[in-house]
Design a protein around this ligand. Structure first.
Ligand code: A3P
Length: 316
């Protein structure tokens, strides 16, 4: 449109320069913003979300720490909400043509890229995603929207994160990432704070914040689809069930179905670090940490996480 876009990183340079900073390996510098360790690029986007994002009635926000099933949740929630327009049996379904990240925008990344206005232009009901901790959400958003949160056993999350960075060529040896995570200093960490914020919100207002675990989704994806339908106010009817809609959605969104699509075999996601679409579909199993952590590392990390979660009613 001919207007000069000031990059959010430049716009918020005064704030960024004051934040504590650590090197997470040679390729990744993290800043601590509102208690959370993030790249400067993401901090800038989050500040913009906090200052500019205008929530609307009917918005649905998906939230997660990275590498906990975001891509899968995006696909399931989109397919569930849009099923009248796009039945899952549709050979030309948008999820068969596009990567789930292209259907459900990543809010702070959009703002970081100077594209926040695109979120304004989306028709309601909007389906959006954030990795922000609950404590960082702008009040308008934390107060009114329905949110679906997904988390995952933290050791598996770390292993998934390490593979993901490696896929993008980042040099972050696993023992280094592990050590950072023990101190809460992994990207988007501390992980326990991320989980506890949404856990408390979902406990206080379960009709507004739905709390999912990756492991439970894997154990019964069709039940997850039904739960999503009920929570989002679009429950599956007897006719939907008879037509096999929840089962079709779960199958269309399975890791094997998604990874076999051209849209997910090619293409790039991300503006700051570039990730190939295929990197979002790796193993999709529970317990892969065992291939990367010694029993001693696992014991140490479990003890830290257990200690941080003690008294919350949440455990992994
Ligand atoms: P692994 O690296 O352990 O395989 P995110 O989408 O938040 O980045 O999370 C990525 C993790 O979810 C990866 O875990 C990936 O394989 C897994 N995943 C992606 N799509 C999935 C799906 N449809 N079903 C189950 N797991 C999926």
């Amino acid at each position: 449109d001919g207007q000069t876009v000031v990059s959010p990183t430049a716009e918020h340079a005064d704030i960024l320069s004051t934040l504590p900073s650590i090197a997470a390996g040679p390729d990744l510098q993290l800043r601590q913003y509102q208690g959370v360790w993030l790249s400067a690029y993401m901090v800038a986007g989050m500040i913009s979300v906090q200052r500019r994002f205008m929530s609307r009635p009917g918005d649905v926000i998906l939230a997660s720490p990275p590498k906990c099933g975001t891509t899968w949740l995006k696909a399931l929630a989109f397919a569930t909400m849009a099923r009248t327009t796009y039945p899952p049996s549709d050979a030309d379904h948008p999820l068969r043509r596009l990567n789930p990240h292209e259907r459900v925008p990543f809010m702070e990344n959009q703002f970081s890229a100077g594209q926040g206005a695109k979120l304004e232009a989306l028709p309601s009901p909007r389906l959006l995603h954030t990795h922000m901790h609950y404590s960082m959400l702008p009040p308008s958003l934390a107060g009114c929207c329905k949110m679906v949160y997904v988390c995952r056993e933290p050791k598996d999350m770390l292993v998934s994160m390490w593979h993901f960075f490696k896929s993008a060529g980042l040099n972050l040896p696993f023992p280094d990432l592990f050590e950072l995570a023990c101190h809460g200093q992994n990207p988007y960490g501390p992980i326990w704070d991320h989980v506890l914020g949404y856990w408390a919100a979902s406990t206080a207002r379960p009709e507004r914040v739905m709390f999912l675990r990756y492991e439970e989704m894997l154990a019964d994806p069709v039940s997850t689809v039904r739960q999503l339908g009920r929570f989002l106010g679009v429950p599956f009817t007897a006719a939907d069930e008879a037509a096999g809609s929840p089962v079709d959605i779960a199958e269309m969104c399975s890791i094997d179905a998604l990874r076999s699509l051209d849209a997910n075999k090619t293409g790039i996601n991300g503006s700051f670090i570039k990730f190939g679409h295929q990197a979002f579909f790796r193993k999709g199993v529970v317990g892969d940490w065992v291939n990367h952590m010694t029993p001693e590392m696992a014991r140490r990390f479990d003890a830290i996480v257990d200690d941080k979660l003690r008294g919350s009613g949440l455990a992994f």
